[in-house]
Structure formats: structure tokens, C-alpha cells
Design a protein. Sequence first.
Length: 472
Amino acid sequence: MKRSLILSLSAPVVFILSACAPEHATVSPVQTQAVATSVNTQLSHTDWPKNEWWKAYNDPQLDSLVAKALNDAPDMQIARQRITLAEAQAKAAMAADGPQIDFSADAERQKMSAEGLMGPFAITDPAAGTTGPWYTNGTFGLTAGWDLDLWGKNRDQVEARIGKVNAQKAELEQTRQLLASSVARLYWDWQTQAAVGDVLAEIKREQENIIHADRELYQHGITSSVEGVETDINASKTDEQLAEVNGKMKAVEARLAALTQSPTMKLSRHALPATEASLPTTLGYELLARRPDLQEAHWYIEASMSDVEAARAAFYPDINLMAFLQQDALHLSDLFRSSAQQMGVTAGLTLPIFDSGRLNANLDIAQAQNNLSVANYNKAVVDAVNQVARTASEVETLTAKNQQQQQVEKDAARVVALAQARFSAGIIAGSRVSEAKIPALKEHIAGIMLKGQYVDATLQLTSALGGGYHHG
């Protein structure tokens, strides 16, 4: 008896499921590649460190520029509004998954047809309560509905929306990192050019000393006018270099003003950061998990997977519960009587059987979107690995070059010290000291440029690692 009861109850369920539209998706899933699987992106966006790496430079001027860019830049405003939109869409999806209760009220003035179903109401019969043919029908009451979502379609759609919210938050973090990196790179480029300009001004002064000494020798008939021509040409070249440096500084100031939404830009000098002896030893895949762009790509995969599950759940029947409690009357004077009350409960089932391939097309679209998200993630990881390897190699190379250049500058300084000692002993003229200083100052410029390149490379590596390799 029990067995026959179970069979009788399960038979309708089996029939319902077997009668569903057949699923035959044509798009095959794409898997993450070997390099991508090495990166663990399960780090929640709330666990990202407060990577304000620019504060490690201890430069309040840089801190102020970055803060202003992050607060006022249009890119940040766009990213914040995308988050707001994604959160609103997620709330809408959540609301659609719960029960709904509506209140409605309407009044309708209508003329009854004497030849239709309501024909008796088209005549005037006081005994029957009819005053036809015109009537004012009134209705008001509550209506409730609830999609039971037995197969999780609505829940999967909610998960997809939540995944997109997290992806937009990651995009905001990526925008933040790119803006901070751009401001910092421009700022230290300006400081590099300013330092080069100071040394060029020193070279110009030494060249003027040599020119002045040559003119005095010529005036006393000791040398010819031809001997000072080369120094004059070099001085003109120095003027050109100074003009080029000033032009670069103004261009950087204009770009910083645009990034920070500042009408004017007045920067003060700050010494370039010192070069470190070596890179941190932990430049592994685990740090890539802190890259916002990889987090964004990961969350888009999660969202698209939920969309695929929702598309699959659409093949199964929907079961809806509805109920109503209303007052309805053909005469408004009777609308509030207890006899005008009506109520009911409805259980509805919607079973897709034949839809001309719409459900399968939607499933293929969802699967293709998921494949695209996986492919984008694979590419993002490969690009990230290559970027880190390239920038780390560049930092190492520039570190070695800076160390070698420091030795060159020390050797050039010894030449200057020797010339200074000979001048103090009265062996050579003061112009010879200036001639010894100029090569040393040019080597100093080369050192400044190398240090500026090193700082820029470390900033690129910081960005490649999603906000700084100094995080513990």
C-alpha cells in the first residue's frame, strides 16, 4: 500500500520533469589554463590591504596629489557609479525572489449588453436590484504572489548580480591603483627633471667661468679667439638642455593638473628615493591575487557561472502561489458590505515544452559569456605574469646600473678633488678646476637619470603587483 502510494505521488513529478523542453546546449565550457590555476584569487575584496604605498616615500606633497586625484578624478566617479548601479541591480534581483503583496483599487463605469451574459443587468428591475443598463463597478483589495523557485533560478540570478557587484568593486580598486601610479610616476619624473635642471645650471656656471678666463687670456694676447669657440658652443648646448628640461617639467605639471583637477600646479623640490640593494624575495604567484584586475576577472567568472545555472534552471517548471482578498460590487453603495467580499488561492505551474529553441539559445549565450570570462581571466593572468617578470628584471638591471654609476661618480669626484688640490697649490688655473668639474657634473646627471628610471620601474612593479610588494 505504501509502495503504491509513493508511486502514485512520484508519477506526476516524473511526468513533469520528462515533459520539460529538451536541453541540448552546443557551447562547450572553457577551462582555466595552467598558469591561471596557479593564482589563488579567493582573496575577498574586503581583505585587500590598505595599499597606500605612496605614503612610504614620506612626501606630504605626493600624498596630497594622490588624495586629490582619487577624490576628484572622473574615472573614480565613473567607477563609483558603476558600483551603485550594480548594487541596485542586485537588490532588484533579491526583491524578485521573495513574496509580493500588492494593494489595488479601481472603479469602472460600464454599460451592460442586453444580449450578453450579463443581459439581466441591462434592464431595470427594482425587485432584482438592477437599475440598468449603466453600472459603476468598484473593486479594492490585496493580492499576494510568490514564485517558489524550486530549482534555484532566481537564487542563481541573485548570485550573478552579487558577483558583478564584487567585480565593479575590484574595478574601482584597479582604477584607484592606476591613478595613484600615474600621479606618482609623473611626480617623480618632475623631481628627476628638476634635479637634472639644477646640475645643468651648475654646468652652465662652470662653463661661464671657463669662458670668462678664456676672454681674459685673449684680451692679454696670451691665446687666440679660436680657442674659446668650443666652450661657447658647449654653453649654448647647455642652454638648449635647460630649455628642454623646463619644457618637460611644464608638461608634467599640466598632466598632474589634469589628473588632480587643479587649475594650477606649484610643486616644490624633493630628493629622489634611494635605490635598494635588492628586490624582495617573495615575488610569487600569491602576490598576483592582490591585483584588482585579476579579482575583477575572477568575479566575472563567478557571476557568469551563476548565469549558466540560472539558464539551466529555466528548463524546469515554475510553481507560483497566488492569493487575493478583495471587495467587489456592481454598486458602489454595496462595496463595503461583508457580502461583497471575495477571496481565493491559486497554485500555478508553468512547464516549458516547446519554445522554438529559446531556452537552449539562452543557455548557449550564458555558457559563451562564461567562456569569454574564463578566456579573459586566462589572458589577464598571463599578461600579469609577463608584466611582473619584465618590470622585476628592469628593476634589477637598473639597480645594478645605479651601483655602477655611483662608482663612476666617485671616480669623477676624485679627479675634481685632485684638480682642486693642484689649484690650491698654484699649479693650475681656476678654469682648469671648472674643466674637471664639468665631466663630473655630467656623470651626476647620468646618475640622476638612472635613479629616476629606477624609481619609475619600481612604481611599475608596484602597480604590476596590485599595490605594492612591501605588504606582509
